[in-house]
Design a protein around this ligand. Structure first.
Ligand code: SAH
Length: 347
């Protein structure tokens, strides 16, 4: 019965809310078939190629106070750091030598940097390495700012919506943040022509199976080029420090559902997935993911960009991470490639 639903999802690339919910609730009975189908769809569109993105976590200063996040402004136990423009560019240089052709600038919402600072980073990377893609993950900004960054040459923007349920959003964030503004940002990014990534945490506090089913309808409607999901993992110095973590099992199931709903989507097996389960990233790839985002930041910065407890690879050099990932991914039957890894539009 579930296999029939999954076959229809593969064919139509969408189900009703009730059908998604049925699969999520009965996932023990259909997980393997779903993962197999999702991996086959990934193979048909992207082959066995797994794209790597060099993540540059340039600052852990943040003006926001998301209840789940370890770098929230009110966390006084965290040593803060920020990289200079030159330090960011050095990370890109070393990443380039390691074969990275996409750089992702991610950080807390740190008002210390101006649009000009970010534009300088983008234009310099683009001048030096015109064949590389620049992805931004700088949080919520104005239309004008997104426009300036796009004009400087940014190609892609990752802004997880975190949850598609407004009431749920308000349980994860203080009143100073709004669901409406997050959605406005996603609309702006799309209208400016960015390749856009949205996403949500799996197993975040108060999330229900209904919410997860609605996430599938939400991403179908937004039709982003990327979807980033990972398990929620508590951080001890946050209001959610004693909450239960999300699981690798549910996260990989959701990865498969996403792959079948948006066959062409770029889908990372995230560091959070590798943190909650030592084989999490491999499991994610086998369930239909096709992107990995190892960290290029200097070792000192890495250990301080602590969104959640226990984050893996914080002591390793980028070169070590790449070697380790190559071996791990080969065991799944896929292999890492070093090109831009753009979204493929046709089926
Ligand atoms: N300031 C940027 C980057 C945020 S960090 C922005 O707002 O987009 C990137 C992602 O990490 C977040 O979008 C969130 O989904 C995830 N994250 C934060 N805290 C987490 C936690 N405790 N467990 C798992 N993922 C977390």
């Amino acid at each position: 019965m579930y296999n029939g639903l999954i076959d229809r999802l593969e064919r139509d690339c969408v189900l009703t809310f009730d059908e998604y919910l049925t699969l999520i609730e009965h996932r023990d009975e259909c997980r393997d078939y779903l993962a197999q189908k999702a991996a086959a769809v990934r193979d048909r569109i992207y082959g066995k190629r797994v794209f790597i993105r060099g993540l540059i976590e340039f600052s852990n200063y943040c003006k926001n106070n998301c209840y789940y996040c370890g770098i929230r402004a009110e966390n006084r136990n965290l040593q803060r750091y920020r990289l200079t423009v030159d330090e960011i560019l050095n990370c890109a240089d070393s990443g380039y030598s390691l074969g990275f052709r996409t750089f992702v600038l991610q950080g807390g919402e740190d008002t210390h940097y101006s649009d000009e600072d970010f534009c300088k980073v983008i234009t310099t990377i683009k001048q030096k390495y015109p064949e590389c893609a620049v992805t931004l993950s700088l949080g919520e900004r104005s239309f004008e700012s997104y426009k300036a960054l796009k004009e400087a040459g940014a190609d892609r923007y990752l802004l997880r919506h975190e949850t598609c349920n407004k009431e749920h959003y308000e349980k994860l964030h203080p009143a100073a943040m709004s669901y409406a503004n997050r959605m406005r940002c996603i609309d702006d990014l799309k209208s400016l022509g960015y390749q856009v990534g949205v996403g949500f945490m799996v197993g975040s506090p108060y999330q229900t199976n209904d919410d997860l089913a609605n996430e599938m309808l939400f991403i179908k409607q937004v039709n982003p080029q990327m979807v980033g999901i990972g398990p929620f993992i508590p951080h001890r110095d946050t209001p959610f420090g004693d909450r239960t973590a999300g699981t690798a099992e549910l996260t990989t199931f959701m990865l498969s559902l996403i792959r079948l709903t948006l066959p062409n989507v770029l889908l990372p097996a995230t560091t959070a997935l590798g943190t909650i389960d030592p084989m999490g990233r491999e499991k994610g790839i086998m369930a239909g993911a096709n992107v990995l985002m190892p960290n290029l930041s200097p070792a000192d910065a890495k250990s301080k960009y602590m969104l959640y407890d226990g984050k893996i690879c914080t002591g390793d050099e980028a070169a070590q991470c790449v070697e380790c990932l190559k071996l791990r991914i080969e065991k799944t039957g896929c292999h890492i490639v070093t090109d831009r890894g753009d979204y493929i539009n046709q089926r």
